[in-house]
Design a protein around this ligand. Structure first.
Ligand code: NI
Length: 174
């Protein structure tokens, strides 16, 4: 296992669209282990996407098991080839990102989504989710399409906020 280097803005590789995973083999699972170790390095991020470490395949990890938000959630998820199949509602919320270390921003996301994905063995997964978990998944799925939350803020003048110091237990990064 290894902690991988995180690409940060303005690295143009973060805009690259990732390719679907076709082989569910040991190399894939070894990469997912490294991606998870990278997510948990330092103050653990809520989510991470493969392209954030320069690996352009459609793989994300989201773990909202430590959130204080009361809505039930699915805890730790490894999502390979994830797709959103249904969106409902919208609300503004604050986001951060390992690839955008100096800022947080207000982003509008769907409040309820349904997703389809595969696990690391290729088995099909289906989840329905809402609130913070739905936001985290939408944020990570953007990464595999080359999008960052700063591309979605309504106004860079009023909706982007400079982080002062990164505090342990503070705003979660994704
Ligand atoms: Ni991110």
């Amino acid at each position: 296992m290894a902690v991988l280097e995180i690409l940060k803005i303005p690295d143009d590789r973060l805009k690259q669209i990732s390719q679907p995973v076709e082989q569910f083999d040991d190399a894939l699972r070894a990469f997912i282990d490294d991606l998870e170790e990278t997510r948990c390095d330092g103050p653990a991020a809520v989510g991470i996407a493969a392209p954030q470490v320069g690996h352009f395949q459609r793989i994300v990890i989201v773990d909202v098991s430590n959130t204080r938000k009361p809505v039930p959630n699915h805890g730790h998820m490894i999502l390979v080839n994830p797709e959103i199949t249904h969106w409902e509602g919208f609300e503004m919320g604050r986001e951060g990102c390992l690839s955008v270390p100096d800022y947080t921003g207000n982003v509008i996301r769907a409040t309820h989504i349904k997703i389809r994905a595969q696990d690391s063995w290729g088995n099909p997964l289906e989840y329905e989710m809402e609130g913070y978990e739905a936001r985290a998944v939408q944020h990570e799925l953007d990464h595999i399409d080359g999008m960052l939350f700063i591309d979605r803020v309504v106004s860079r003048r009023t909706d982007l906020f400079q982080r002062k110091v990164y505090q342990k237990g503070g705003k979660a990064k994704k």
